[in-house]
Design a protein around this ligand. Structure first.
Ligand code: ADP
Ligand code: MG
Length: 393
């Protein structure tokens, strides 16, 4: 008999028990050997800058993807997705190629990455479940990759370091899922630590863990559940614009554009490239400042930067949408909200707000009421503290 799926806000331990039980249900009452688990992530600030060698500041959130695993004596990799009742398998001894099943590609891409690095992956059975909403800008894709990267790292004994694992997952997303993403999502779900934001420098790959532990402050995630189809195509267009501007200005990336010289440099670009470049360069500067303000405990200052980031994404980078703008504008006027902006790739997805914990409930209801009234849908809202990156339990 099928057990009911866990509530989306279930704690990690309950989800681990759930996938263990689901594994036994699916595979003849045999226990799994271990469970691999990876969180979703939310980017606090530093949006659309990872592929410009910029600085980003994500946190891992209390939503997870998990896989219960048991090795097999052969080379078959069989995945049962208990959430959607999907099942698929492939043979890791044969050439692992992109699949028509889009969800399987994230897993195949990771397995292919290990094989390409000289680490043949043995067969295993897996039961998969996720409490991360898909396509909400909270990186369910990177979590899925990280879960299986940890599985393959353990089963092959390859001993790949976190950065190497993140790069392998990014490559899987590029080649197998066809998404030309930066490195932020994969680094975040692998390297984030409980109680910290991850300041990640996408140019030299250095990381700094910035404490985020004030008991009065919380991260609010507002999932609009809106998805506009243009997301993929527009993402690729933004990347091309950045590359073109970099080339015209004669730098190796937009990270290297000195902000003091920006007005003069922008005069060499057309209107669209001016706007795209201005967003990237000012967003990197905002992220740098945000890290300093957070360390100084200046939450109003930090919130102001989130608001400015949203304006820049909306007006200069043009990756927001009407519904998210309405959510952000509503949140920004509410007492107890330090700042709010869209987060993730854009064209729907989620917004993030930094809010006073004591007022979070009231803030969430006010946003839901306003949006329901105007757009006739109710955003899904939850709060989270920064949690740990991917691990094996
Ligand atoms: P995001 O990463 O923001 O959630 P993406 O579009 O990058 O959005 O990735 C979402 C896709 O990842 C889904 O459409 C699905 O194909 C795949 N995916 C992620 N997690 C799972 C899962 N647990 N089970 C099946 N597919 C998943
Ligand atoms: Mg993704």
């Amino acid at each position: 008999m099928n057990t009911p799926l866990p509530a989306p806000d279930s704690p990690k331990d309950a989800l681990v028990s759930f996938v263990r039980d689901a594994f036994k249900n699916r595979f003849s009452n045999v226990d799994p050997d271990f469970v691999s688990i990876a969180p979703g992530r939310v980017n606090i600030i530093g949006e659309h800058v990872d592929y410009n060698n910029g600085i980003v500041m994500p946190a891992a959130i209390e939503r997870w993807t998990l896989a219960a695993i048991r090795t097999r004596p052969d080379s078959i990799i069989r995945i049962h997705d208990v959430q959607f009742n999907l099942e698929a398998q492939f043979d890791a001894k044969e050439e692992v190629k992109p699949d028509t099943l889009s969800w399987l590609n994230y897993i195949k891409g990771v397995v292919a990455g290990f094989i390409r690095r000289g680490h043949p992956v043995p067969g295993f059975d897996a039961v998969l479940y996720s409490s991360i909403p898909h396509g909400a800008g909270l990186s369910s894709s990177a979590a899925l990759e990280a879960v299986f990267a940890l599985v393959a790292n353990k089963l092959t004994g390859a001993g790949l370091e976190p950065l190497e694992l993140a790069l392998l997952c990014q490559q899987a997303e590029h080649v197998f899922a066809g998404v030309p993403c930066g490195l932020m999502d994969q680094m975040a779900v692998i390297r984030c630590e409980e109680g910290h934001l991850l300041e990640f420098d996408c140019r030299d790959h250095s990381v700094e863990q910035i404490p985020f532990t004030d008991p009065n402050l919380t991260i609010m995630i507002i999932d609009s559940k809106v998805k506009h189809e243009l997301a993929g195509g527009e993402y690729a267009k933004r990347r091309r614009s950045c590359d073109l501007a970099t080339c015209i200005l004669g730098f190796s990336s937009l990270r290297d554009v000195p902000i003091d010289d920006l007005p003069r440099l922008l005069s060499h670009l057309d209107n669209t490239l001016t706007k795209r470049t201005r967003h990237v360069v000012t967003e990197i500067e905002r992220t740098r400042k945000a890290a300093l303000l957070l360390k100084a405990g200046d939450f109003p200052g930090l919130g102001q930067l989130l608001n400015e980031s949203h304006a820049s994404l909306k007006d200069d980078y043009e990756v927001s949408c009407e519904e998210i703008d309405a959510i952000v504008a509503t949140a920004q006027t509410l007492p107890g909200v330090y700042g709010c902006r869209m987060t993730g790739g854009g064209f729907g997805g989620s917004a993030i707000a930094l809010v006073r914990k004591s007022e979070a409930k009231e803030i969430a209801s006010r946003i839901q009421e306003t949006i329901q009234l105007k757009y006739h849908f109710k955003p899904e809202i939850f709060t989270t503290v920064p949690t740990n990156g991917a691990c094996i339990v």
